[in-house]
Every structure is written in C-alpha cells, then in structure tokens.
Design a protein around this ligand. Structure first.
Ligand code: MGD
Ligand code: MGD
Ligand code: MO
Length: 581
C-alpha cells in the first residue's frame, strides 16, 4: 500500500518513472493499493483506489483517527509494538478522543472512508506513507501530523522494512569501509559557544528545530553514530521571529543579513512585513548572493553575483542521512565577476579571524580533502561522481538492539517533546483562521485557500526569466477554483481574478475545475514578473502576484514546536479583476 499524503511524486521529485513502476507493481503479485490524501483531484488522486478529499490543514485529525481505528480494531503489529515501541498504553488512552466520527466532521472525509482507508493501510503487508514535508508542514498542525504519521508507521511495523519507511544509517556514507567526511562534519557545530546558542532567535519558544532540540538530538546521535547531528536542516530561526526582531529590535537588534540561495520577498510569509523589515533603518546591512536580480536583491545594499552550478564543482552528502556522495567537476570557469559561494564564506570567515578553520583556499581543495578521507582523488571522483556507499539493509534495529532515541525504542510517546516542554502525544488543533476558529472572518472570506502546490516547470521563484522552454510553457500564475464557485462569481476560465485574505490581495488567472471542492481555492507560490519594473515599490510585481502577500505568520499561532506558519488552510475570497459586463 502506498499512501501519498499531500504530495505529488510526478511533480515534486521529477519522478517520471513513478507511474511505470507503480502500475507494473499493480500488475504483479503484490498489487499495491494507492491512497491519496489531497484536497485536489490530482493525477495521482484520479488513479487512486481511495481518494481522501481532506479539508486543508486538518491532516493530524485524520492521522489520529487512523490510529484510533488501528488500535481499536487491533490491526497493529503486536510483536513490533511490544518489543520496539515506547508508550503504547498512553497512546491507546489518548486516541480514544479521536474517533472517526469526530475526525469526519473536522476533515470533511466520510466516516466510512476514514475507517476503510485505515484498514487498507494497516492490512497491507508492506505499507509506505510518502509525505516529504510540505503540504502539511505549512500549517500549525505540522509537528503533530508528522508525529502521528510516524506512529502509524510504527504501529504497523513498517519501519526499516522493505516497502516501508527505510531508516538510513546516521553516520553518513561509508566508501570502501571508510567513513566519508560528511557535510555536517564541516559545520563544526560544537564550536558554537553557549552564549551564541542562547541568542538564536526563536529558540526560547520553538525548541525543536533550534539549539535546544539540536542538543538533545545531537547527544543521542553522537553516542549512536559517532558524528554530530547535521545542523543544516535542523537549525532554523523561524522567519516570523527574525522579521519581527529586525523591526522591533527585540530581543536584540538585528543589524545585518546575508541572503544566500534564497528569495525571501517570495518565499517568506507575510510579504508586506518582510518588505518593511528589509527596508528598515534598523537593518544596517543586507548582502544578497544571487544569479539574477530578484525582488529581494533589489532591496539589498550589495548584490554579489554567484557562480552557477555549471561554473563550480560540487560535492555533497546532502542531509547526511543518505548513503551517497554526489557531485562532480564544473563545466566551465565562472563568467564575468561571478564567484563560487564558498569563496565568499571563506573570505568572510578569514576576515572574522577563523582562518585556522578554513585551510582550503578553493572549493576544489576542500573537496579533495573530503575525498582524501576515503582514499579518493579529485580526478577519480569526477570520473565516478555519484558514490553510493552501501546496499540497503533492513531491520537494522534487530542487530543494533534498538533505535537512536532516549528510550532506545520508537517513541510513540515522545520523551524528546516532553523534555522540551511539549505535548508528548500528537493532538489536533483547529487552523487559526477557519470557519470554526474565526467565524467572523469567514463571513467576509468564505473560501479556504491553499498556496504553493508545486507545478512544472518552475522551481519556487526561479526560472520566470527563462523564456524558451520554461516561462513560455507556463506564462501566468494559475488559481484553481471550482467551476460552480467561479460561475457564481461571474468568473470564467482564463479570467484574471483577485484572491484576497485579511492581509491583502493578489492576482492569478482562474482555471475552473471540477477536481477541487467548492469551498477551496488553490494558488501557486513564487510568482514575480522579471519583465516588469524593478523599481521599489513595484519590484517586478512582487506585491501583485506573490502568494505570500496572503499568508499568516503571527508567531502566536505558529506551530508551537517548530515555528511553522500557515501557507495552507487560510480564509479567502475571490472576484474578477474586471467587473463582469
Ligand atoms: N516542480 C517543482 N518541484 C519541486 C519544488 C518546486 O518548486 N517545483 N519544490 C521542492 C521543495 S523545496 C519541496 S519542499 C517539495 C514539496 O513538495 P510536496 O510536499 O509534494 O508539496 P506541494 O506540491 O506543495 O503539495 C502537494 C499536494 O498537497 C496538496 N495539499 C495542499 N494543502 C493540503 C493539506 O492541507 N493537506 C493535504 N493532505 N494535502 C494538501 C496540494 O493540493 C498538492 O497536490 O517539492 C520540491 N519539488
Ligand atoms: N506560500 C508559500 N510559500 C512557500 C512555499 C509554499 O508552498 N507556499 N514553499 C516553501 C518552501 S518548502 C521552500 S523550500 C521555499 C523556497 O524558497 P527559496 O529558498 O527562496 O527558493 P527559490 O525561489 O528557489 O530561491 C532560490 C534563489 O537562490 C538563487 N540561487 C540558486 N542557486 C544558487 C547558488 O548556487 N548560489 C546562490 N548564491 N544563489 C543561488 C536563485 O536564483 C533564487 O533566486 O519557499 C517556501 N515558501
Ligand atoms: Mo521546500
């Protein structure tokens, strides 16, 4: 059984072999079932055995109801739960509050379908919930939802087994028996002094993806794998907190900002506030490293042109959780004044007195140093640039006698959450803006908005300036809206419409669809028009088309554990840009 939980592998991972593989399996002996959980009738949903048309932002209620069914009907893997899981009794008592009947009212999914889908998932010999991170993580229910899905995987014994949830060894890639020096080893996390850690914005409040959480995870990780826990993906000062710190000077003034590989005027929530912060006198220095001029770069004090992926070598272990090293040589030397990003960071480090930590003058030298750890030379690596270090091994926990957690078990009841002062079990919270939580807002804004469903050929805010082959395939931002909802408002297919929330309004072109609920509107993110006027405050139309003008980022309503804000499940209304004749 494959569950696609708010994700589209054919769009999101450019996984063109998805259908081929899946259909071949369905013709074979295993005949996997496909369950799709998505408010939109996507290509995947059309093909699914079961499509759960969920109300945006309510996924944790569904996950908790699945747990309820699986526990109550005793569909769980008793051996695995007994031997390898922690906190089953607490979970069992806890999920009594989440019967499918209640979840049905919250999620709009019929009760029978909740029960049937839970049974299909639990009954499968191999079952996989594929849910990369995003659809559901951009709501206030993020941490609960992730936690509940991990519980589902554990209850059904689908952890570290074939066709389930594979656990990559955390030590990183091993090449010819030697440990490759992974990205996290270069981060020197241990060198960050305690007083600097204390200053991380948001760390007092959103503790998992900041230093307090990192320290707990790192202690286990080091003990278990002998290397530190990667910071890159786990140490994030939440944007809403950083933006407010710039504006208010609290808890301390933020005077400088380096924007690297990022276009916050497009990606960050609540664009109007981001704009104020980037323009604020409090921010004495803003440096942007970029390929192109973007709305963010237009607001910078300095824009440093970055060498592109064709102009620099690459060597990465990515998250450090996968057993591969990827990379290769550059195709050409940087053109014009462009510089490899590494040179910027090294230059800055050296000027700040960190020279001893940057012995490699060029990026090639650094790569050669890393390759040296496994006895490879740079030339050898460039000939064989994708090093996959090991075959998959399943049920590693049997050999090692447990899991890298404080209890050595899969923590249904999370002692890490508990230690950080959070709920150790997942819960459902009503989205902060909804017909139930803010009925007054719903009167004026009766529709539910989701932003940012991925589409080809764009990658976030990128490629809008690349005409041939890209922009010409997808010239305008598209809003998907139910046919009836649209026609009632005099909106026809192809009309420009305003999408408005309490925070502002932007324009998209309407695409009428029967595949989306009458109460839901889906818009794209990342839209600005490089052909428009770059001058402030037009900034390539960033306030006219960009979904994040509409999103909600009040720290009070962000996910309590991670600080994630709301890009999904907001209240909106839509109307034609030109009034109907
Ligand atoms: N082409 C392309 N590919 C990309 C990217 C890109 O910009 N363009 N970005 C990359 C990045 S950084 C990421 S993080 C990934 C993200 O990739 P995904 O995690 O797949 O995220 P989305 O495409 O935003 O959303 C997938 C589906 O979730 C549905 N959805 C929206 N709201 C909800 C909800 O509340 N509940 C549920 N269950 N479903 C909902 C949408 O209708 C959509 O069909 O994609 C990566 N791949
Ligand atoms: N409303 C809404 N907002 C969202 C999302 C959503 O679904 N809805 N998704 C969120 C998600 S999951 C993500 S990951 C973010 C992504 O948001 P961003 O991280 O801002 O992603 P990009 O738009 O791809 O911007 C990357 C920028 O870096 C530049 N760049 C590319 N390569 C290099 C390089 O090698 N060096 C340097 N110096 N620059 C480079 C590109 O030109 C581009 O301008 O957006 C988030 N924002
Ligand atoms: Mo992302």
């Amino acid at each position: 059984c494959l569950v696609l939980w708010g994700t589209r592998p054919t769009v999101e991972r450019e996984y063109s072999g998805f259908w081929q593989t899946f259909r071949a399996r369905q013709r074979g002996r295993s005949k996997p079932k496909l369950i799709v959980i998505d408010p939109r009738l996507t290509e995947e949903a059309r093909y699914a055995d079961l499509w759960l048309k969920i109300r945006p932002g309510t996924d944790s209620a569904l996950a908790l109801a699945w747990i309820h069914v699986i526990v109550e009907e005793e569909l769980y893997d008793k051996d695995f739960v007994e031997t390898w899981c922690y906190g089953f009794d607490e979970l069992k008592a806890h999920v009594e509050q989440y019967p499918p009947e209640k979840a049905s009212k919250i999620t709009w999914i019929p009760e029978d379908l909740i029960i049937a889908s839970a049974r299909v998932y639990a009954a499968a010999k191999h079952a996989c919930i594929h849910a990369p991170e995003v659809a559901v993580d951009q709501t206030t229910n993020f941490s609960s939802c992730e936690h509940a899905r991990m519980i589902l995987r554990a209850l059904t014994g689908n952890i570290d087994v074939k066709g389930g949830h594979y656990c990559y060894p955390g030590a990183g890639p091993v090449v010819d028996g030697k440990l490759f020096l992974q990205d996290s080893a270069l981060e020197l996390a241990d060198n960050v002094p305690a007083e600097a850690r204390k200053k991380q914005l948001g760390a007092d409040r959103f503790k998992l993806m900041t230093w307090p959480g990192w320290e707990l995870l790192n202690a286990i990780h080091e003990q278990w794998w002998g290397v530190s826990y990667p910071m890159v993906y786990t140490l994030i000062a939440p944007a809403p907190v950083v933006i407010r710190a710039i504006l208010t000077g609290k808890p301390y003034p933020v005077k400088a900002l380096i924007t690297w590989f990022s276009n916050p005027m497009l990606w960050a929530p609540n664009t109007k506030l981001v704009y104020k912060a980037l323009k604020s006198q409090n921010l004495a220095l803003h440096v942007v490293l970029e390929y192109f001029m973007t709305p963010t770069a237009c607001l910078a004090d300095y824009v440093l042109p970055a060498a592109s992926w064709l102009e620099r070598p690459l060597c990465s272990t990515v998250t450090g959780h996968r057993p591969f090293v990827m990379g290769g040589a550059r195709a050409i030397k940087p053109l014009g004044e462009r510089r490899v990003d590494y040179e910027f960071w090294r230059g800055l480090g050296v000027r700040l007195g960190q020279e001893e930590h940057w012995p490699w003058k060029t990026y090639e030298e650094l790569i050669a140093h890393r390759l040296n750890s496994v006895g490879l030379t740079y030339d050898e690596f460039c000939k064989r640039p994708w090093i996959v270090s090991e075959q998959k091994k399943y049920r590693k926990y049997v050999i090692s006698g447990g899991f890298p957690t404080p209890t050595g078990k899969v923590e249904l009841y999370s002692t890490i959450f508990e230690k950080l002062g959070y709920d150790p079990l997942p819960r459902y919270k009503e989205p902060p803006e909804s017909h139930f939580s803010t009925p007054d807002v719903a009167k004026e804004y009766p529709l539910i908005l989701i932003t940012g469903a991925r589409f080809k050929p764009m990658y976030h805010s990128e490629f809008r300036q690349v005409g041939t082959g890209l922009r010409e395939m997808h010239p305008d931002p598209i809003a998907e809206i139910n046919t009836t909802t649209a026609l009632r408002r005099g909106i026809r297919d192809g009309d420009w419409i305003w999408i408005e929330t309490k925070r502002g309004r932007i324009k998209h072109k309407a695409r009428l669809s029967e595949g989306i609920d009458r109460r839901v509107v889906s818009i794209q993110h990342g839209w600005w028009l490089p052909e428009e006027n770059p001058e402030d405050p037009i900034l390539y139309g960033v306030f006219e088309y960009n979904a994040n003008v509409l999103t909600l980022d009040d720290p009070e309503v962000c996910d309590a554990v991670t600080g994630n804000w709301c890009n999904r499940g907001l209240l909106c209304n839509v109307y034609r840009v030109n009034k109907p004749a």
